[in-house]
Design a protein around this ligand. Structure first.
Ligand code: NAD
Length: 494
C-alpha cells in the first residue's frame, strides 16, 4: 500500500489551520476565521477557517475518488493501518493529552482518559475482518444456499462537538474506513487542533490519500456536506436542536443518519445506597470536565431519607473541589470552553434562582488566581429543582447540580420522564430488586447501577433515546459496523 508523507498540519496563531483533502493539508477558500483560545488563559492557539461549499465539494470528491481502491483493499490490510495507528496513538498519548488540555480546559487525567477511549475504538475497529463477516445457511431449500455479505457504501460525513474533540471523531471514522468507506470529518470549530495531529498519525500509519479528509468550519459548510449528492450517510454528535435539524435535513436528502443529541441525566439515590460510593460517583459525574459531558449526571433525585443525606454530602463535595488550570497537577475541574458558554451557564443559575430553586453552593463570579482571562464557573448546587423550571428540564452543560426530593422510585421515574431528554441515567442502591425494576422501567438507553458515568466501552453501542438520539443505529460496536455497511443477501443454486 502506498504511504504518503504528511505535510504541515498545525496552524500558527495568525495563519488559519488547514483542511486535509486528498492526502494534503490545503488552505481553505474561506475569508473568515474564528479564534481558538486556551479557555484557562485566553491565549490564542490558532484560527479555524470557515470553509465554504467549494471546500466541502473538494473533500467529498477526494473521498469519492479514493473509494474504489480503498473498498478493494482487503479488510485485513485496512485493519493493519488502524493497528499501526493504535501503536502511534499509544506512543504519543501523553503529548496529545497535554495539547488537548490546553485547547479544551479539562485536566490531563481527563484528557488522557478521553484519548484512551478513542484508542479503544481504533483497537475495536482493528477486528473488522471478523466484525464484518456475514452469515451462511446451506439448504434454505433443497440445493439452495443463502448468505449475507456486508458491503461499504461510499462516502460518509462526521460532524462532531467540542466536548470530546478527540474521542468522538474516533467513534466514527475508524469504523467507517475499516469497513471500506471513505470519510469527511467536520470537527468542532472550537477545539479542532489535537485531532489534526491524529490525522498526521493516520497518514504515518499508512492511510492512503482521500480515505480520511477534514474540512473546518461551522454550520454553513456542514450543511453543504450533509446534502452533497455523493455522501451516503452522516454521523453527528452535538446538541439536540442541531441533531434534530441534521436528522431532518440529511434524511430528506436521502442519507443514512445517526444523530446523537444533548442530555439531562438523572441520578436516583435510594435510602439503602452505599453513601460513600454514591457521593464520590455523583460528584465526579456532575463536576468532571466542568459538567461538559453528555453523560454528566445533573439531576440528583433523593428518595425519602436519602435526600437530606445526599444533599449534605454533595454540597460538601462541591465546596471541596479544586478548580484551576487544566495543566496544573492538582486541578480537579478546569474552565468551561468559552466566555459565551460561561455566560450561558450563569444565566441558567440566575433563572433557576428566579424560578424558585435555592442556591446552596454558588459558582457565579468565580475567579482563579493567576488566570484572569479564564472562563470560570465554580461548582454549583441548586436545591428544590423541578422539571417545570428551566434548570430542571434543559441541558445546562456546566458544573451545576440540581437536587430534588421524592417519596418513591415510581415518583423518581415519573420525574425523569417529564424531561424530554433520555441520554443516560443512574440508580444508587444495594437492592437488586429496585435496580431490576429501574432497568425494566427507565426507558433510557445508557443506564448505570451504582455507576455515575455510564459510558459504554467501544464494543458496546453508545447513544441515548428520546430527544437525545435521532436514528436507529448508535455509535461504536456492532451498531457502528452496521451503520457503515449494507447487508446484501445472496441466494444461490448451482
Ligand atoms: P453543537 O450542537 O453546538 O455543535 C455540534 C456540531 O454541529 C459542531 O461541529 C458545529 O459546528 C455543528 N453545528 C452547529 N450548528 C449547526 C447547524 N445549525 N447546522 C449544522 N451544523 C451545526 O454542540 P457543541 O456545543 O459543540 O457540543 C455540546 C453538545 O453535544 C451538548 O448538547 C452535548 O450533550 C452534546 N453531546 C452529546 C453526546 C452524545 O453522546 N449524545 C456526546 C457529546 C456531546
Amino acid at each position: 500500500m502506498e504511504q504518503s508523507t504528511p505535510s504541515v498540519s498545525a496552524g500558527t496563531s495568525d495563519a488559519p489551520i488547514r483542511n486535509f483533502i486528498g492526502g494534503e493539508w490545503v488552505p481553505a477558500s474561506a475569508t473568515d476565521a474564528l479564534e481558538i483560545t486556551d479557555p484557562g488563559t485566553g491565549e490564542v492557539l490558532g484560527h479555524v477557517p470557515l470553509s465554504r461549499t467549494g471546500d466541502a465539494d473538494a473533500a467529498v470528491q477526494a473521498a469519492a475518488d479514493a473509494w474504489p481502491a480503498w473498498r478493494a483493499t482487503p479488510p485485513v490490510e485496512r485493519a493493519r493501518v488502524l493497528f499501526r495507528l493504535k501503536g502511534l496513538l499509544e506512543e504519543k498519548k501523553h503529548e496529545l493529552a497535554r495539547d488537548l488540555s490546553r485547547e479544551h480546559g479539562k485536566n490531563v487525567k481527563e484528557t488522557l482518559g478521553e484519548i484512551q477511549r478513542g484508542i479503544e475504538n481504533v483497537e475495536h475497529a482493528c477486528g473488522i475482518p471478523t466484525l464484518m463477516m456475514g452469515d451462511t445457511l446451506e439448504d434454505v431449500a433443497s440445493g439452495i444456499d443463502c448468505e449475507t455479505v456486508r458491503q461499504p457504501l461510499g462516502v460518509f460525513v462526521g460532524i462532531t462537538p467540542y466536548n470530546f474533540p478527540v474521542m468522538i471523531p474516533l467513534w466514527f471514522w475508524p469504523y467507517a474506513v475499516a469497513t471500506g468507506n471513505t470519510f469527511v470529518l467536520k470537527p468542532s470549530e472550537q477545539d479542532p487542533l489535537t485531532h489534526q495531529k491524529i490525522v498526521d498519525l493516520a497518514v504515518e500509519a499508512g492511510l492512503p490519500p482521500g480515505v480520511l479528509n477534514v474540512v473546518h468550519g461551522d454550520k454553513d459548510v456542514t450543511t453543504s456536506l450533509i446534502q452533497h449528492p455523493l455522501v451516503k450517510g452522516v454521523s453527528f454528535v452535538g446538541s439536540s436542536a442541531i441533531a434534530r435539524i441534521i436528522y431532518q435535513t440529511a434524511g430528506a436528502a436521502g442519507k443514512r443518519v445517526q444523530a446523537l443529541g444533548g442530555a439531562k441525566n438523572h441520578m436516583i439515590v435510594l435510602p439503602d445506597a452505599d453513601l460513600d460510593l454514591t457521593t464520590e460517583a455523583i460528584v465526579g459525574s456532575v463536576y468532571g470536565s466542568a459538567g461538559q459531558r453528555c453523560l454528566a449526571g445533573t439531576q440528583i433525585v433523593g428518595i425519602g431519607e436519602a435526600y437530606e443525606r445526599i444533599k449534605d454530602r454533595v454540597t460538601a463535595g462541591a465546596r471541596s473541589l479544586k478548580v484551576g488550570y487544566g495543566l496544573a497537577e492538582d486541578t480537579f475541574m478546569g474552565p468551561v470552553i468559552s466566555g459565551s458558554h460561561r455566560d450561558r451557564v450563569v444565566d441558567f443559575i440566575d433563572a433557576g434562582e428566579r424560578e424558585g430553586a435555592r442556591v446552596l453552593v454558588d459558582g457565579r463570579g468565580f475567579t482563579v488566581d493567576g488566570y484572569p482571562h479564564g472562563h470560570w464557573v465554580g461548582p454549583t448546587v441548586l436545591d428544590e429543582v423541578d422539571p417545570a423550571m428551566s434548570v430542571g428540564r434543559e441541558e445546562i452543560f456546566g458544573p451545576v447540580a440540581g437536587l430534588t426530593a421524592v417519596g418513591s422510585l415510581d415518583e423518581a421515574v415519573d420525574l425523569m420522564h417529564r424531561v424530554e431528554y433520555g441520554n443516560a441515567t443512574s440508580i444508587f442502591t444495594t437492592s437488586g430488586r429496585a435496580a431490576r425494576e429501574f432497568r425494566y422501567r427507565a426507558g433510557i438507553n445508557m443506564m448505570g447501577i451504582n455507576i455515575g458515568v455510564a459510558a459504554p466501552m467501544a464494543f458496546f453501542p453508545f447513544g441515548g433515546s428520546r430527544a437525545s438520539f435521532f436514528g436507529d443505529l448508535r455509535a461504536q460496536g456492532r451498531d457502528g459496523v452496521a451503520f457503515y455497511t449494507d447487508q446484501r443477501v445472496v441466494i444461490s443454486r448451482w
